[in-house]
Write a protein that binds this ligand. Structure first.
Ligand code: NCD
Ligand code: ZN
Ligand code: ZN
Length: 346
């Protein structure tokens, strides 16, 4: 097979940043994704509908000429978020979810939640209005091994939340473990998980492949091979609870290649092509469209995109660096040859 036509995919977990970074990264997502759920972890975070409206305008202004790329905005859940904030979000037509970060879990998460019980009234309002809660599902307890933080989060918090708010739409973002997959597969509805391409491609050896690999460092960390296999199995299974979310998270090269490097992998420049490679290696290329283009909008209650993109077997090399203001960003698979490429203008 040398050509694959898909309904236009969407990215259900994306970091676009702000300032100089924004115009440098928007085109990579806009070249093939129709819409993206845009993460609110700016500094300061996107807390209110007014913040989201202003950020959305900046994103729209950073789109390439002629692009219809649509940012789907999210609010950052803090311990001061009110039920009025939630009502306003539910009533406006451009905020589609609220994001939960445990304080201290990941990049720009200091304003996150320390105690989930503090935000129960707000979560109750989300349940009432049908506004999905997107979760960075890791505990931050220093006693817990960093590779176990997702599994412990599910055990300690997710199950409780589901029981307390059975109607709440939940997305476990960037699922990385077989535990997460098993949980999402068997929990009562409505729950889903996004799966990144890097967690499908690599196991944790990729962090130390011949030396320390800062460009493979993200949170939650890439896990053991059996977890990777469970993720591939879920993504290619046709189960509508699993869909594409790149978690493309650009940081300047110097901030990654540092004695205390930032977490985040910039996958947007080759994201759909890398997913295609994973699906092809699993013998499931015909399942890519469901995962990339159908399950996400169905879960969010949005229409599927009507137009299509074409992937061609046409070898190309991922750029080694992308300029952003005075900096460079190193993309995932930098300098590597890929088999598939999105036909430009498709
Ligand atoms: C993300 C970022 O850089 O904003 N980093 C990451 O490693 N995934 C934050 C996040 O999604 O947790
Ligand atoms: Zn996260
Ligand atoms: Zn993220």
């Amino acid at each position: 097979m040398n050509r694959l036509e898909l309904r236009r995919p969407d990215d259900w977990h994306l970091h676009l940043r702000d300032g100089d970074m924004l115009p440098a990264v928007v085109p990579a997502s806009a070249r093939c994704f129709g819409r993206a759920i845009v993460m609110p972890n700016l500094k300061p975070p996107v807390r209110t509908v007014a913040d989201a409206r202003a950020y959305r305008e900046r994103i729209l202004a950073a789109r390439p000429e002629g692009s219809d790329f649509e940012p789907l905005m999210t609010l950052y859940l803090t311990e001061t978020t009110t039920t009025d904030d939630i009502r306003a979000a539910a009533e406006c037509d451009f905020v589609h979810a609220v994001k939960y970060y445990p304080a201290g879990a990941t990049t720009n998460s200091d304003s996150g939640v320390r105690n989930l019980e503090c935000v129960h009234p707000v979560i109750e309002a989300m349940e009432k209005y049908g506004l999905p809660l997107l979760m960075h599902g890791e505990v931050t307890d220093g006693e817990i091994d960093v590779f176990d933080r997702e599994a412990v989060f599910i055990e300690r918090h997710l199950e409780k939340l589901r029981t307390r708010f059975p109607g709440l739409k939940l997305v476990l973002e960037h699922a990385t473990t077989a535990d997460a997959i098993d949980y999402v597969r068997s929990a009562p509805e409505p729950i889903a998980a996004t799966i990144t391409v890097h967690h499908l491609m690599y196991n944790r050896n990729a962090l130390f492949d011949g030396g320390l690999r800062p460009h493979h460092y993200c949170l939650p960390l890439i896990k053991r091979e059996h977890h990777r296999q469970a993720l591939v199995e879920a993504a290619t299974s046709g189960n509508p609870r699993f869909f594409l979310g790149t978690d493309s998270a650009p940081h300047p090269k110097h901030a990654k290649e540092s004695d205390c490097g930032c977490a985040g992998i910039y996958s947007a420049p080759a994201a759909i092509e890398l997913y295609a490679a994973v699906f092809e290696a699993a013998g499931a290329l015909e399942r890519l469209e469901e995962f990339a283009s159908l399950h996400g909008p169905d879960f969010y209650g949005l229409p599927r995109n009507e137009d299509r993109i074409v992937l061609e077997r046409s070898p190309w090399a991922v750029p080694t660096g992308i300029p952003a203001g005075n900096h460079q960003i190193v993309p995932l698979a930098a300098g590597e040859q890929l088999a598939w490429r999105v036909k430009s203008g498709s």
